[in-house]
Design a protein around this ligand. Structure first.
Ligand code: A2P
Length: 340
Protein backbone atom coordinates (compact mmCIF):
# COMPACT_ATOMS: atom_id res chain seq x y z
CA UNK A 1 0.00 0.00 0.00
CA UNK A 2 1.42 3.44 -0.85
CA UNK A 3 2.38 5.53 2.17
CA UNK A 4 -0.32 7.96 3.30
CA UNK A 5 0.72 11.58 2.74
CA UNK A 6 -0.60 14.73 4.40
CA UNK A 7 -1.40 18.32 3.54
CA UNK A 8 0.58 20.32 6.08
CA UNK A 9 0.61 24.02 6.99
CA UNK A 10 3.13 25.97 9.05
CA UNK A 11 1.68 29.13 10.64
CA UNK A 12 4.48 31.52 11.61
CA UNK A 13 6.67 30.02 8.89
CA UNK A 14 8.99 33.04 8.70
CA UNK A 15 9.86 32.95 12.42
CA UNK A 16 12.76 31.22 14.17
CA UNK A 17 10.68 28.18 15.18
CA UNK A 18 8.55 28.15 12.01
CA UNK A 19 11.68 28.01 9.87
CA UNK A 20 12.96 25.07 11.87
CA UNK A 21 9.57 23.36 11.59
CA UNK A 22 9.99 23.41 7.81
CA UNK A 23 13.53 22.01 8.13
CA UNK A 24 12.47 19.35 10.66
CA UNK A 25 9.65 18.17 8.35
CA UNK A 26 12.26 17.82 5.60
CA UNK A 27 15.02 16.28 7.74
CA UNK A 28 12.71 13.72 9.33
CA UNK A 29 11.16 12.92 5.97
CA UNK A 30 7.62 13.59 7.20
CA UNK A 31 5.11 12.32 4.59
CA UNK A 32 4.15 15.76 3.24
CA UNK A 33 1.85 15.85 0.22
CA UNK A 34 1.63 19.63 0.13
CA UNK A 35 3.10 22.35 2.35
CA UNK A 36 1.39 25.68 2.94
CA UNK A 37 3.45 28.45 4.52
CA UNK A 38 1.58 31.11 6.49
CA UNK A 39 2.68 34.32 8.22
CA UNK A 40 1.49 37.90 8.59
CA UNK A 41 0.77 40.22 5.64
CA UNK A 42 4.30 41.64 6.20
CA UNK A 43 5.73 38.47 4.67
CA UNK A 44 3.71 38.44 1.45
CA UNK A 45 6.12 38.18 -1.47
CA UNK A 46 8.65 36.08 0.44
CA UNK A 47 9.40 32.47 -0.43
CA UNK A 48 10.93 29.74 1.73
CA UNK A 49 12.64 26.54 0.61
CA UNK A 50 11.25 23.05 1.19
CA UNK A 51 12.79 19.99 -0.49
CA UNK A 52 14.39 22.20 -3.11
CA UNK A 53 11.19 24.07 -4.00
CA UNK A 54 10.63 27.78 -3.32
CA UNK A 55 7.23 28.03 -1.62
CA UNK A 56 5.48 31.42 -1.45
CA UNK A 57 4.42 32.65 2.00
CA UNK A 58 0.70 33.38 2.24
CA UNK A 59 -1.16 35.54 4.72
CA UNK A 60 -2.65 33.58 7.63
CA UNK A 61 -6.43 33.85 7.41
CA UNK A 62 -9.48 32.13 8.87
CA UNK A 63 -9.97 30.00 5.78
CA UNK A 64 -6.28 29.09 5.33
CA UNK A 65 -6.87 25.56 6.64
CA UNK A 66 -9.45 24.19 4.22
CA UNK A 67 -8.05 20.88 2.94
CA UNK A 68 -5.12 20.97 5.40
CA UNK A 69 -4.66 17.85 7.58
CA UNK A 70 -2.08 19.10 10.10
CA UNK A 71 -1.09 22.68 10.99
CA UNK A 72 2.03 23.45 12.99
CA UNK A 73 1.56 26.83 14.70
CA UNK A 74 4.32 29.07 16.02
CA UNK A 75 3.02 32.58 15.51
CA UNK A 76 2.47 33.74 19.09
CA UNK A 77 -0.28 33.15 21.65
CA UNK A 78 -2.75 35.75 20.36
CA UNK A 79 -2.54 34.48 16.78
CA UNK A 80 -3.02 30.94 17.97
CA UNK A 81 -5.96 31.74 20.21
CA UNK A 82 -7.66 33.45 17.29
CA UNK A 83 -6.87 31.12 14.38
CA UNK A 84 -6.55 27.58 15.83
CA UNK A 85 -10.31 27.13 16.34
CA UNK A 86 -10.94 28.01 12.65
CA UNK A 87 -8.39 25.40 11.63
CA UNK A 88 -9.93 22.80 13.93
CA UNK A 89 -13.41 23.60 12.59
CA UNK A 90 -12.14 22.81 9.08
CA UNK A 91 -10.98 19.37 10.25
CA UNK A 92 -7.31 20.26 10.52
CA UNK A 93 -5.39 19.10 13.61
CA UNK A 94 -3.40 21.96 15.14
CA UNK A 95 -0.10 21.39 16.94
CA UNK A 96 0.46 24.68 18.69
CA UNK A 97 3.79 25.92 20.03
CA UNK A 98 2.41 28.89 21.96
CA UNK A 99 1.34 28.85 25.59
CA UNK A 100 -2.28 29.64 24.65
CA UNK A 101 -3.75 26.13 25.06
CA UNK A 102 -1.24 24.26 27.18
CA UNK A 103 -3.16 24.18 30.46
CA UNK A 104 -6.61 23.65 28.91
CA UNK A 105 -7.77 20.32 30.43
CA UNK A 106 -9.34 19.37 27.08
CA UNK A 107 -6.08 19.85 25.17
CA UNK A 108 -3.21 17.37 25.41
CA UNK A 109 0.29 18.67 26.20
CA UNK A 110 2.73 16.22 24.69
CA UNK A 111 6.39 15.28 24.79
CA UNK A 112 6.62 12.09 22.70
CA UNK A 113 9.32 10.50 24.89
CA UNK A 114 7.13 11.00 27.98
CA UNK A 115 3.37 10.87 27.26
CA UNK A 116 2.81 9.87 23.60
CA UNK A 117 -0.53 8.25 24.56
CA UNK A 118 -1.91 11.72 25.38
CA UNK A 119 -1.97 12.55 21.63
CA UNK A 120 -5.32 10.73 21.39
CA UNK A 121 -6.88 13.65 23.31
CA UNK A 122 -6.63 15.80 20.15
CA UNK A 123 -10.09 14.51 19.27
CA UNK A 124 -11.72 16.72 21.89
CA UNK A 125 -10.80 20.12 20.41
CA UNK A 126 -8.65 19.35 17.37
CA UNK A 127 -5.66 20.96 19.07
CA UNK A 128 -2.49 19.54 20.67
CA UNK A 129 -0.19 21.85 22.64
CA UNK A 130 3.57 21.75 22.34
CA UNK A 131 5.12 22.48 25.74
CA UNK A 132 7.46 25.28 26.75
CA UNK A 133 11.05 24.76 25.56
CA UNK A 134 12.56 24.60 29.07
CA UNK A 135 9.92 22.16 30.25
CA UNK A 136 10.43 19.79 27.30
CA UNK A 137 14.13 19.19 27.87
CA UNK A 138 13.63 18.86 31.63
CA UNK A 139 10.91 16.20 31.42
CA UNK A 140 12.76 14.23 28.73
CA UNK A 141 15.59 13.83 31.26
CA UNK A 142 13.55 13.55 34.47
CA UNK A 143 10.64 11.30 33.50
CA UNK A 144 12.74 8.09 33.30
CA UNK A 145 14.19 8.92 36.74
CA UNK A 146 10.70 9.66 38.11
CA UNK A 147 9.37 6.29 36.90
CA UNK A 148 12.11 4.51 38.87
CA UNK A 149 12.61 6.61 42.02
CA UNK A 150 9.49 8.89 42.28
CA UNK A 151 10.59 12.49 42.22
CA UNK A 152 8.92 14.50 44.97
CA UNK A 153 10.54 17.91 44.40
CA UNK A 154 12.34 19.67 41.55
CA UNK A 155 14.35 22.90 41.92
CA UNK A 156 15.41 24.27 38.53
CA UNK A 157 17.34 27.33 37.38
CA UNK A 158 17.51 27.92 33.64
CA UNK A 159 20.11 29.59 31.42
CA UNK A 160 18.01 30.32 28.32
CA UNK A 161 19.26 31.49 24.93
CA UNK A 162 17.84 34.49 23.10
CA UNK A 163 16.49 32.45 20.18
CA UNK A 164 13.66 31.43 22.52
CA UNK A 165 12.36 34.99 22.24
CA UNK A 166 12.37 34.89 18.43
CA UNK A 167 14.27 36.26 15.47
CA UNK A 168 14.38 39.87 16.62
CA UNK A 169 16.04 38.87 19.88
CA UNK A 170 18.76 36.98 17.99
CA UNK A 171 19.43 40.19 16.06
CA UNK A 172 19.42 42.24 19.27
CA UNK A 173 22.13 40.12 20.92
CA UNK A 174 24.21 40.20 17.74
CA UNK A 175 23.83 43.96 17.22
CA UNK A 176 24.48 44.86 20.87
CA UNK A 177 27.58 42.62 21.00
CA UNK A 178 28.97 44.12 17.80
CA UNK A 179 28.25 47.68 19.01
CA UNK A 180 29.89 47.08 22.38
CA UNK A 181 33.11 45.54 21.11
CA UNK A 182 33.41 48.52 18.77
CA UNK A 183 32.74 51.02 21.61
CA UNK A 184 29.54 52.19 19.90
CA UNK A 185 26.14 52.97 21.39
CA UNK A 186 23.75 50.04 21.40
CA UNK A 187 19.97 49.85 20.96
CA UNK A 188 17.59 48.07 23.34
CA UNK A 189 14.22 47.04 21.90
CA UNK A 190 13.29 43.47 22.77
CA UNK A 191 14.61 43.05 26.33
CA UNK A 192 14.15 45.57 29.16
CA UNK A 193 17.93 45.62 29.76
CA UNK A 194 21.06 45.00 27.72
CA UNK A 195 21.40 41.28 26.98
CA UNK A 196 24.95 41.40 25.57
CA UNK A 197 27.45 40.50 28.33
CA UNK A 198 24.58 40.29 30.81
CA UNK A 199 22.03 37.86 32.33
CA UNK A 200 18.38 38.76 32.94
CA UNK A 201 16.41 36.91 35.64
CA UNK A 202 13.24 37.76 33.78
CA UNK A 203 11.53 35.66 31.08
CA UNK A 204 7.94 36.47 30.07
CA UNK A 205 5.85 38.70 32.34
CA UNK A 206 5.90 38.95 36.13
CA UNK A 207 2.90 37.52 37.97
CA UNK A 208 1.33 38.49 41.29
CA UNK A 209 3.22 35.79 43.20
CA UNK A 210 6.58 37.32 42.22
CA UNK A 211 7.41 34.56 39.74
CA UNK A 212 7.52 35.06 35.99
CA UNK A 213 5.04 33.36 33.69
CA UNK A 214 7.91 31.28 32.26
CA UNK A 215 8.70 29.99 35.76
CA UNK A 216 5.10 29.03 36.43
CA UNK A 217 4.87 27.31 33.01
CA UNK A 218 7.65 24.99 34.19
CA UNK A 219 5.69 24.21 37.37
CA UNK A 220 2.31 23.48 35.78
CA UNK A 221 3.45 21.93 32.49
CA UNK A 222 5.85 19.49 34.19
CA UNK A 223 3.02 18.09 36.31
CA UNK A 224 0.65 17.83 33.36
CA UNK A 225 3.12 16.05 31.07
CA UNK A 226 4.46 13.71 33.76
CA UNK A 227 0.86 13.12 34.85
CA UNK A 228 1.65 13.63 38.52
CA UNK A 229 0.23 16.62 40.38
CA UNK A 230 2.13 15.58 43.48
CA UNK A 231 5.53 16.73 42.17
CA UNK A 232 6.63 20.00 43.79
CA UNK A 233 8.42 22.25 41.30
CA UNK A 234 10.07 25.62 41.78
CA UNK A 235 11.87 27.50 39.01
CA UNK A 236 14.04 30.54 38.34
CA UNK A 237 14.34 31.32 34.64
CA UNK A 238 17.21 33.43 33.33
CA UNK A 239 17.96 34.80 29.86
CA UNK A 240 21.67 34.56 29.01
CA UNK A 241 23.66 35.94 26.06
CA UNK A 242 23.73 32.64 24.14
CA UNK A 243 22.18 32.35 20.67
CA UNK A 244 20.96 28.73 20.65
CA UNK A 245 20.57 26.11 23.41
CA UNK A 246 19.05 26.31 26.87
CA UNK A 247 20.95 25.07 29.95
CA UNK A 248 19.29 24.00 33.19
CA UNK A 249 20.67 23.34 36.63
CA UNK A 250 18.25 20.79 38.06
CA UNK A 251 18.04 19.47 41.61
CA UNK A 252 15.70 16.61 42.42
CA UNK A 253 14.64 14.90 45.62
CA UNK A 254 13.21 11.41 45.32
CA UNK A 255 11.10 9.12 47.50
CA UNK A 256 13.29 6.07 46.82
CA UNK A 257 17.04 5.99 47.52
CA UNK A 258 18.93 7.12 44.42
CA UNK A 259 22.55 7.23 43.27
CA UNK A 260 24.37 9.11 40.48
CA UNK A 261 25.47 5.78 38.98
CA UNK A 262 21.91 4.44 38.60
CA UNK A 263 20.69 7.78 37.20
CA UNK A 264 23.49 7.64 34.62
CA UNK A 265 22.56 4.05 33.68
CA UNK A 266 18.85 4.90 33.34
CA UNK A 267 19.54 7.99 31.26
CA UNK A 268 21.93 6.12 28.96
CA UNK A 269 18.94 4.00 27.91
CA UNK A 270 16.37 6.83 27.90
CA UNK A 271 14.84 7.86 24.55
CA UNK A 272 16.01 11.24 23.27
CA UNK A 273 18.76 11.55 25.91
CA UNK A 274 22.54 11.56 25.56
CA UNK A 275 24.63 11.37 28.71
CA UNK A 276 27.69 13.63 28.44
CA UNK A 277 29.30 13.25 31.84
CA UNK A 278 33.05 12.81 32.15
CA UNK A 279 34.41 15.67 34.23
CA UNK A 280 37.92 14.14 34.20
CA UNK A 281 38.03 15.00 30.48
CA UNK A 282 36.07 18.29 30.86
CA UNK A 283 33.07 16.65 29.21
CA UNK A 284 29.68 18.02 30.16
CA UNK A 285 26.69 19.35 28.14
CA UNK A 286 27.29 22.65 26.35
CA UNK A 287 24.89 24.87 24.42
CA UNK A 288 27.30 24.88 21.48
CA UNK A 289 27.14 21.08 21.32
CA UNK A 290 23.37 20.85 21.85
CA UNK A 291 22.64 23.40 19.12
CA UNK A 292 21.84 21.94 15.70
CA UNK A 293 20.82 18.45 16.92
CA UNK A 294 17.79 16.91 18.60
CA UNK A 295 19.06 15.06 21.68
CA UNK A 296 18.78 16.33 25.25
CA UNK A 297 22.25 16.30 26.78
CA UNK A 298 22.60 15.45 30.48
CA UNK A 299 25.72 15.63 32.63
CA UNK A 300 27.24 16.82 35.94
CA UNK A 301 25.14 14.07 37.54
CA UNK A 302 26.07 14.02 41.20
CA UNK A 303 24.64 13.41 44.65
CA UNK A 304 23.02 16.32 46.49
CA UNK A 305 24.83 15.77 49.76
CA UNK A 306 22.56 18.19 51.64
CA UNK A 307 19.47 15.91 51.58
CA UNK A 308 18.65 12.19 52.00
CA UNK A 309 17.74 11.26 48.41
CA UNK A 310 18.92 14.05 46.13
CA UNK A 311 20.62 14.43 42.75
CA UNK A 312 21.96 17.45 40.87
CA UNK A 313 22.33 17.51 37.11
CA UNK A 314 22.89 19.86 34.16
CA UNK A 315 20.55 19.51 31.17
CA UNK A 316 21.04 21.20 27.77
CA UNK A 317 19.04 21.02 24.53
CA UNK A 318 18.50 23.03 21.37
CA UNK A 319 15.46 25.12 22.33
CA UNK A 320 14.39 25.75 18.74
CA UNK A 321 14.66 22.08 17.74
CA UNK A 322 13.77 19.68 20.60
CA UNK A 323 12.39 22.59 22.63
CA UNK A 324 9.95 23.56 19.89
CA UNK A 325 10.00 22.52 16.21
CA UNK A 326 11.25 18.94 16.44
CA UNK A 327 8.93 18.13 19.34
CA UNK A 328 6.01 19.45 17.27
CA UNK A 329 7.02 17.35 14.24
CA UNK A 330 7.43 14.27 16.48
CA UNK A 331 3.84 14.82 17.67
CA UNK A 332 2.77 15.09 14.01
CA UNK A 333 4.53 11.77 13.36
CA UNK A 334 2.47 10.05 16.08
CA UNK A 335 -0.72 11.61 14.70
CA UNK A 336 0.12 10.55 11.15
CA UNK A 337 1.09 7.01 12.13
CA UNK A 338 -1.60 6.18 14.64
CA UNK A 339 -4.58 8.47 14.26
CA UNK A 340 -5.07 10.09 10.84
P1 A2P B 1 5.91 37.71 10.06
O1 A2P B 1 7.34 37.31 9.76
O2 A2P B 1 5.11 37.93 8.83
O3 A2P B 1 5.82 38.82 11.07
P2 A2P B 1 9.41 34.96 15.78
O4 A2P B 1 8.85 34.27 17.00
O5 A2P B 1 10.70 34.38 15.33
O6 A2P B 1 9.43 36.45 15.94
O7 A2P B 1 8.32 34.65 14.61
C1 A2P B 1 6.96 34.93 14.73
C2 A2P B 1 6.20 34.34 13.54
O8 A2P B 1 4.80 34.58 13.74
C3 A2P B 1 6.56 34.98 12.22
O9 A2P B 1 6.46 34.02 11.21
C4 A2P B 1 5.46 36.03 12.07
O10 A2P B 1 5.21 36.42 10.74
C5 A2P B 1 4.28 35.28 12.62
N1 A2P B 1 3.22 36.19 13.04
C6 A2P B 1 3.26 37.11 14.03
N2 A2P B 1 2.07 37.76 14.12
C7 A2P B 1 1.26 37.22 13.18
C8 A2P B 1 -0.10 37.44 12.77
N3 A2P B 1 -0.85 38.35 13.36
N4 A2P B 1 -0.58 36.70 11.75
C9 A2P B 1 0.19 35.76 11.15
N5 A2P B 1 1.46 35.50 11.49
C10 A2P B 1 1.99 36.21 12.49
Amino acid sequence: MPEKRFNVAVAGATGAVGNQMISSLEERNFPVRSLKLLASSRSIGRTLKFRGDEIPVQELQKDSFKGVDIALFSAGGGTSTHFSPFAAKDGCVVIDNSSAWRMDPDIPLVVPEVNPHAVSGYKRKGIIANPNCSTIQMVVALNPVHREFRIKRIVVSTYQSVSGTGKKAIDELFDQTRAMINFLDYKREIYPHRIAFNCLPHIDVFLENGYTKEEMKMVHETRKIMEDDGIAVTATTVRVPVFFGHGESVNIETVEPISPETVREILKKAPGVKVVDDPSRNLYPLAIDAAGQDLTLVGRIRRDESVKNGINMWIVADNIRKGAATNAVQIAEILAKEYL
